[in-house]
Design a binder for this molecule. Structure first.
Ligand code: LLP
Length: 427
């Protein structure tokens, strides 16, 4: 029933995640609720280690910023790809070593640069302009900034346009033809130590060939840099490997990715006589399928279609609304029952687009049923908001049947946090 998702099972019509009954967990802790399988998380990381024994793997913190998830990733030997100084702080707190943190980003302020220099993490520089800004800040701070260059390799990843990042037209990276010259400039700049190249072509990519194309293009650029006298100690090929959201749409594994890119990478390195460290930055393929989001049915409305109104909307899981993405839905207390009816699952937010799942065949539903929205671990909680005065939900980690709350649910006080009414308006 769950294909490769070994941490999920159905018993007596109830859905279990790593041995824990999801319906009773929802009853006990309330919904909406994010529930993560620790074993699945560890397995996913180990699959990357097996496929790429010599590469460093940096977990993309934007996919899931839960401190416990990051702690487990650190224990399993991952570093972190971070996109803000806030994410640097979280990654360090989780125990990621500074040498294995890369600070990416196309819009860093002087303060961001200073914080990264103080934290002692490497940065990926997104433009010639950023290079000059960073050099000034590093010189003023009396520090050397170790940097990679974010390359725009102009590769089409065949994914949703909002999450394709390496197209010529996308905002990220230095156009391929400017990289070598920018690298040479960096070698002359005080306070700057260029160590390598970086790219990330997009997310939820289900075909290996764009990764192979990006690897080739990166190696072409590495060749130009080496010919111009630059040292390439690191090549970071980013994240982006897709996962199987839909039962009929399988995804490649880390081993498939390795089979595609490693021969190209290794051969071109041999040709150039260089031995750079390969870095990968997976987010989704590490964490998406570890986690389900549980949500309770409030109303089943028979209108022009059958609407199931649940207590989580795009405030809790934004992906369906933002990218029309498919997340598989299982009824946590009717998991073995036959599908009898077609439902559209909607959230509590006052927008027509607040649809979690369209036209799904499900068992007959009633108020109090609990739906499990699968593969919610990547870009789920991390993109949740308080829109419509909705406090954000709790996150729970399950290990061998035991559940521990890793982030408690917010209450109304969270909606007021930091706010005050100017005194003159209270008179
Ligand atoms: N490295 C960089 C520089 C990135 O920008 C990203 C994702 C990753 C690594 C990780 O990519 P992954 O392995 O997770 O595909 N919110 C969207 C996805 C946005 C991805 C942003 N960058 C979604 O929910 O589909």
């Amino acid at each position: 029933m769950f294909g490769p998702k070994s941490h999920l099972a159905a018993r007596n019509d109830h859905l279990f995640l790593e041995g824990r009954d999801c319906f009773f967990l929802a009853r006990q802790l309330g919904t909406p609720l994010y529930v993560t399988s620790e074993s699945r998380l560890r397995e996913n990381i180990r699959a990357y280690h097996r496929a790429f024994p010599e590469a460093d793997k940096y977990f993309a913190v934007k996919a899931n910023g839960n401190l416990t998830v990051l702690r487990i990733a650190a224990q399993e030997g991952m570093g972190a790809d971070v996109f803000s100084s806030g994410e640097i702080a979280i990654a360090r707190l989780a125990g990621m070593p500074r040498e294995r943190i890369l600070y990416n980003g196309n819009s860093k302020s002087e303060r961001d640069h200073r914080m990264a220099l103080e934290a002692g993490v490497r940065m990926s520089v997104d433009s010639r302009e950023e290079l000059e800004h960073l050099a000034k800040t590093a010189q003023a701070a009396g520090k050397d900034a170790e940097i990679l260059f974010r390359v725009n390799p102009d590769v089409s990843p065949g994914t949703h346009p909002k999450i394709a990042t390496g197209l010529r037209t996308s905002k990220f990276g230095i156009p391929a033809e400017q990289v070598s010259e920018t690298y040479s400039r960096a070698m002359d700049l005080a306070g700057i130590k260029p160590v390598g190249l970086h790219c990330h072509i997009g997310s939820q990519i289900l075909d290996i060939s764009p990764f192979v194309e990006a690897t080739r293009k990166m190696m072409d650029i590495a060749k130009d840099v080496v010919n111009a006298g630059g040292a390439i100690k690191t090549i970071d090929l980013g994240g982006g490997l897709g996962i199987q959201y839909h039962p009929d749409n399988p995804a490649p594994t880390p081993a498939d990715l390795a089979e595609g890119i490693l021969p190209v990478f290794q051969e071109r390195c041999r040709e150039l006589g260089i031995k750079p460290k390969l870095i990968l930055e997976p987010g989704r393929s590490i964490v998406a399928d570890t986690t389900i989001m549980l949500t309770s049915v409030n109303v089943v409305k028979r209108a022009h279609v059958n609407f199931v109104a649940v207590d989580a909307g795009f405030n809790v899981l934004a992906r369906p609304m933002l990218y029309d993405s498919y997340h598989h839905v299982i009824v946590a207390n009717k998991a073995g029952k036959d599908a009898k009816e077609t439902y559209t699952v909607v959230g509590p937010i006052c927008e027509t687009g607040d649809i979690l799942a369209k036209e799904r065949r499900l068992p007959l539903l009633e108020r109090g049923d609990v739906l499990a929205v699968l593969d919610a671990g990547a870009y789920g909680f991390s993109m949740a908001s308080q829109y419509n005065g909705q406090p954000r939900p709790a996150e729970v980690l399950v290990f061998a049947g035991e559940a521990e709350v890793t982030r408690r649910s917010e209450d109304t006080s969270a909606l007021l946090a930091g706010q005050n009414i100017p005194a003159r308006l209270l008179r």
